[in-house]
Design a protein around this ligand. Structure first.
Ligand SMILES: NC(=O)c1ccc[n+]([C@@H]2O[C@H](COP(=O)([O-])OP(=O)(O)OC[C@H]3O[C@@H](n4cnc5c(N)ncnc54)[C@H](OP(=O)(O)O)[C@@H]3O)[C@@H](O)[C@H]2O)c1
Length: 324
């Protein structure tokens, strides 16, 4: 059997680590793309011990830094001549954070990590993905994007460089939702653009999944840490989500599926909107559903804007092939 290779960003903990274990157990060569090599070595060893795999590599990657992404991609290409699966799993979401923060490229850190980083990485790895006979990209989405069922909700792209940071309170929850909605729009557009190259791009909606103690410790706010600790009691284990990642990226069922948002039960979700004038219970129903996501994602004007801004922000780091 031809060996398949997967890159999973942020695979030193939580869902990413469980996914790395799953892919390794299934015979994949796994490249763990993690920002802290020393901490991640422990996760790498755990995966090797659990799977007996000799094909678990660890490479340094800070998704919020364009230089780091460029270095990662060129080192990857020096050592591998193809890529079968690219999973954009890493994300920035610091519960309770009140300070506006900038990435090494002077971009608001949530957007840098959750939107522009995956965009740049996808662009730089496109040629390597095209060498696979069944290339698939998966981005991690969240139930937070369901707030876009509210017709008043919009992605804000006007202070990516701290333009309004002293005038407007920083809301990490809104940033997270906006950056993940932007990533979903990019995923769908990339699916269209990469279709001719045979590269599939989908997203997966992640429900409440148990978080590791090390992740909870990173929370800025004690209040949210307590809530998340409580939520953990009802959350599903990361291994359950890892199975879905694997199914979407490996199974025959999804071999020709592209440009879709898929739920934890491997079901393709449907785009919909609230009937005019409806809110309250209708909105609550949509928020609770794992079958639907907001029509906002098809807002062409916003999609064009997100694409344009992503192209602009990553301009000096991109290869020319994503221009069209
Ligand atoms: N758990 C849930 O209930 C839930 C719900 C909806 C969506 N999600 C999504 O699921 C994905 C995985 O989250 P998780 O729950 O497994 O959380 P997690 O355990 O905290 O994992 C997040 C991972 O992202 C990495 N990361 C963050 N910023 C990075 C950067 N700049 N460069 C490289 N890696 C970076 C973290 O690395 P460090 O250890 O170095 O910080 C960590 O490995 C995320 O996309 C998240 O948005 C999770």
């Amino acid at each position: 059997m031809v060996e398949r290779i997967v890159i999973i960003t942020g695979s030193n903990s939580g869902i990413g680590k469980a996914a790395a274990k799953k892919f390794a157990a299934e015979g994949y060569r796994v490249v763990m793309a993690c920002r802290d090599i020393e901490r991640s070595k422990i996760a790498q060893q755990e995966i090797i011990d659990a799977t007996n795999s000799k094909k678990v590599e660890l490479m340094q990657l800070d998704v919020s830094s364009f230089d780091s992404i460029r270095t990662f991609c060129s080192e990857y290409k020096e050592n591998h001549n193809k890529l079968d699966v690219l999973i954009h799993n890493a994300a920035y979401f610091n519960h309770g954070e009140k300070e506006y923060q900038l990435s090494p490229d002077n971009i608001e850190v949530t957007f840098a990590t959750n939107t522009f980083g995956p965009f740049l990485m996808t662009s730089l790895l496109k040629d390597t993905l095209a060498q696979s006979d069944d290339p698939r990209i998966l981005t991690s989405s969240t139930t937070n994007i369901k707030y876009f069922f509210d017709p008043k909700r919009e992605i804000e792209l006007d202070d990516l460089h701290g333009e309004n940071k002293d005038d407007k309170p920083y809301n990490v929850y809104k940033r997270y939702g906006d950056s993940k909605m932007a990533l979903l729009m990019l995923t769908f557009r990339i699916a269209g653009k990469f279709r001719d190259a045979g590269i599939k791009a989908n997203a997966v909606m992640i429900p409440n999944i148990r978080q590791e103690k090390s992740s909870l410790r990173k929370f800025k706010s004690k209040y949210y840490r307590t809530i998340a600790t409580f939520q953990n009691l009802f959350a599903r284990p990361p291994e359950r989500m890892a199975d879905t990642y694997f199914q979407i990226c490996d199974s025959e069922e999804f071999k020709n599926v592209t440009g879709k948002l898929i739920n934890i039960d491997n079901k393709i979700m449907q785009c919909t909107e609230l009937p005019p004038g409806k809110g309250g219970i209708a909105l609550l129903k949509e928020l609770m559903s794992f079958d639907t996501y907001p029509r906002y994602v098809e807002n062409k004007e916003m999609m064009d804007k997100v694409w344009e801004v992503s192209m602009r922000e990553t301009k000096s780091h991109r290869e020319p092939d994503l221009q069209s």
